[in-house]
Write a protein that binds this ligand. Sequence first.
Ligand SMILES: [Zn+2]
Length: 259
Amino acid sequence: MIHAGAPSSPVILHVPHSSTAIPADVRRGILLDDAALDLELLRMTDAYTDTIATTAAADAKTTPWRFVNDLSRLVIDPERFPDAREEMLTAGMGAVYTRTSGAATLRASDALAEAGLIARYFTPYATALAHLVDDRLNACRAATIIDVHSFPSVALPYELHSDLDRPEICIGRDDTHTPQILVDAAVEAFCGFGTVGINEPFIGTYVPLSHYGTDLRVRSIMLEVRRDLYMDESSGAPNEGAMRALGAALARLIDSAAE
Ligand SMILES: [Zn+2]
């Protein structure tokens, strides 16, 4: 779902993992009972990142655009490569997950069903986001994606780099698409929350494949907030005050990124 921003704003807040919605026919392909599914959603959903993005958009001097995934990452994960390039494929967590975060079976391995999910959900999503980037490039001659995530304070078994530190805030950067000035702005905006790690424990940031490595007008940075900063990770209950503070910090990054 695209929430329009100011015509003059080059900034797109991308929120891929905040939803828990799973269409009924997709739910039927998931081999967990309702209690196990609820637990998996609690672990894997970047809860309230859509709320934090909404607060930030309202606080920013120039309203950014927001591209929010209305469906759970258990339907498709828009941030994964839809093919063998994906390093998470070995953990059963490519664009279509076949395993849970605890390595249980989430779906039967079925190439035809996976191709169906890619065609129905992944491809239209990637196309729509690439179009929004083109739209911002045409309007502003620049586009800056801020990829908004959160992560659990304790590493889930599926994480490949679980030996890395888990600072309060992680900034993901890309060698080609993330200028240092954007990293500096993010560190300045979020240093009040604790340690800000760069590419630790999560690496990189989202750039549409259609622009990746070829269109340097597209800038991107990933924000990962450790969930214990703003929610109770076992119950899922949010801390409203902390979320407002995070939204205000994100607004400062948006303002810097729009300059
Ligand atoms: Zn995420």
